[in-house]
Design a protein around this ligand. Structure first.
Ligand code: FE2
Length: 165
């Protein structure tokens, strides 16, 4: 496959793994608040990010490219509140969307139709990711302590659904 695109997707693979790591660190903070539902929700988010990385890895391999795994900075460990956790997460998702859009732009410039088709899934997924986080932020803002207890119970029900081809 096109080397420029292969490199860009490799950067994205590592960013997806870094995203998983960031959400795992958020889970670590949320664990200190005694909100098991929020912990579960973030654990599912962690799984989703790793599934995204694996989906990109599979694609590079299918196109005869070489997956390159690198390292990344330590994630942020401490937050002031539950709200700050999810606001940070939403801002992180905006960054992810921007990166996916840039790779899509590159795929168009290189006339790589297979990659354009492949990336469409991620474009759609990002709409869902941003919506998930912003809806949750709205809910956190709306509820007080008793409501937070109910919301925690709701989030405990989220399950990881593997990506279907
Ligand atoms: Fe992702």
């Amino acid at each position: 496959m096109n080397k420029k695109l292969e490199d860009a997707i490799n950067v994205q693979i590592n960013f997806e793994i870094e995203s998983a790591h960031i959400y795992l660190a958020m889970l670590g903070y949320v664990s200190t608040l005694g909100l098991a539902g929020f912990e579960n929700w973030l654990a599912v988010q962690y799984e989703e990010e790793l599934a995204h990385a694996k989906k990109f890895m599979k694609y590079i391999n299918e196109r005869g490219g070489r997956v390159i795994i690198t390292g990344f900075e330590d994630p942020k460990l401490d937050y002031k509140s539950l709200l700050e956790v999810f606001e940070t997460a939403l801002n992180h998702e905006y960054k992810v969307t921007k990166r996916i859009n840039n790779i899509m732009k590159m795929a168009h410039e290189e006339n790589d139709y297979a990659t354009i088709s492949f990336l469409q899934w991620f474009i759609d997924e990002q709409v869902e990711e941003e919506d998930n986080f912003s809806t949750l932020i709205e809910k956190i803002k709306l509820v007080k302590d008793a409501g937070l207890y109910m919301l925690d119970k709701e989030l405990a029900l989220r399950v990881f659904v593997p990506i279907t081809e």
